[in-house]
Design a protein around this ligand. Structure first.
Ligand SMILES: Nc1ncnc2c1ncn2[C@@H]1O[C@H](COP(=O)(O)OP(=O)(O)O)[C@@H](O)[C@H]1O
Ligand SMILES: [Mg+2]
Length: 354
């Protein structure tokens, strides 16, 4: 029978055991040999475990230092990014301010150009009127002298009357043009504060504008069709738009006493947009002139009171005040159509009085 003491502490912590009192020396030697072998194996395992532990600790240390490096690099790049985004925000802010200044300058220069243009344009009819008035004054003086110095021939009278009539006619049209220029210029620089915003029904209001122009619409038929839409907007601006379009049709689309058809169709495009389609069936506009009609001072009736400011004003009202857009379609000999679209302004918030 072999008695071995099972190890109380791990094998690798022990020294090889001394010889135990045995009954059989052969058995003891075999046991010692087995235990020594076991001990050797355990020592090797222990060494390997130590080695593994060292390796694990090394790897852990490496990973920790790698992690630290990564964290510090990340922190650095985050700080860098923050700095960059602050710089970008500042740049964006500067850009916005520069853009605002540019828009203001543009507006001022547009107004400046317009003022200079108006002054230049007024100069011509006023200058012509001065020449005409002084010619008329000279002719009248000569005529008075002739009248005072003896009997007057009929031809002298007829000649004077013809000159007086022509001069008066030309004076009238030139002064009319100067007057129109001043009137329109006043509209361009109109103080928008005087235009009140209120609720109105678009179709009924448009009909009123047509009716108010009816003294000029003797030879024309007109019709307003389409949706009934209540808008909270600027009726004054709508009146200016329609008046401009109608007076343009009367001035440019038809000959004197020539009959014509004018129509306006109002459509609600969706819950947020209105479309006005105005048209006449007159002469139309030549394709080459179509993209010039909104230019200030562009007119094909310069000698007949045209200022070329009507459609320029109209374009400004639609694009700037109503935030909308305008398109023109025209066929020579068949008429002109203007399509105006603008967003429906939001309803004012109504407060309920308890
Ligand atoms: N309904 C129209 N039919 C034909 N031509 C038009 C019409 N409306 C505008 N035009 C052309 O556009 C030009 C510019 O119009 P506008 O700016 O109102 O100036 P004005 O009426 O003083 O000439 C007109 O001179 C005319 O040639
Ligand atoms: Mg006009």
């Amino acid at each position: 029978m072999v008695t071995t003491h099972l190890p109380q502490t791990p094998e690798y912590d022990r020294e090889p055991r001394g010889l135990q009192p045995v009954q059989d020396s052969n058995d003891s030697a075999a046991t010692i040999k087995a235990l020594t072998k076991e001990n050797r194996i355990l020592r090797k395992k222990l060494e390997r475990a130590h080695e593994n532990l060292r390796h694990i600790e090394d790897t852990k240390r490496n990973q920790e230092s790698l992690l630290k490096t990564v964290i510090s690099e990340l922190q650095d790049s985050r700080a860098g990014l923050e700095r960059k985004s602050n710089t970008l925000e500042a740049t964006l802010d500067q850009l916005r301010k520069a853009q605002e200044r540019l828009i203001e300058t543009e507006k001022l220069s547009a107004l400046g150009q317009l003022v200079a243009g108006v002054a230049h344009e007024i100069n011509t009819p006023v200058g012509t009127s001065i020449t005409l008035a002084s010619t008329l004054a000279d002719e009248t003086e000569q005529f008075t002298t002739a009248l005072n110095s003896g009997p007057l021939r009929k031809s002298q009278l007829t000649q004077y009357l013809a000159i007086a009539q022509d001069s008066a006619q030309l004076l009238l049209s030139n002064l009319q043009r100067a007057g129109n220029l001043v009137q329109n210029f006043k509209q361009v620089s109109v103080d928008q504060a005087s235009l009140k915003q209120r609720c109105f029904e678009l179709k009924a209001y448009s009909e009123k504008v047509f009716q108010s122009l009816s003294p000029k619409l003797h030879h024309h038929q007109w019709e307003v069709t389409g949706d009934e839409i209540v808008l909270h907007s600027y009726p004054g601006l709508l009146a200016q738009i329609l008046t401009n379009l109608i007076t343009n049709s009367l001035a440019h689309a038809y000959g004197p006493n020539e009959p014509g058809q004018l129509h306006l169709t109002i459509t609600q495009r969706n819950s947020s947009e209105v479309e006005l389609c105005y048209g006449d069936d007159g002469r139309g506009i030549a394709p080459a002139l179509l993209n010039r009609i909104y230019e200030p001072f562009f007119t094909t009736k310069r000698n007949q009171g045209g200022t070329g400011l009507g459609l320029h004003i109209l374009h400004n009202i639609i694009t700037q005040h109503l935030q909308g857009q305008i398109q023109v379609q025209s066929d020579l000999g068949r008429g002109t159509h203007f399509i105006i679209q603008f967003p429906i302004p939001p309803e004012p918030t109504t407060t309920t009085i308890p």
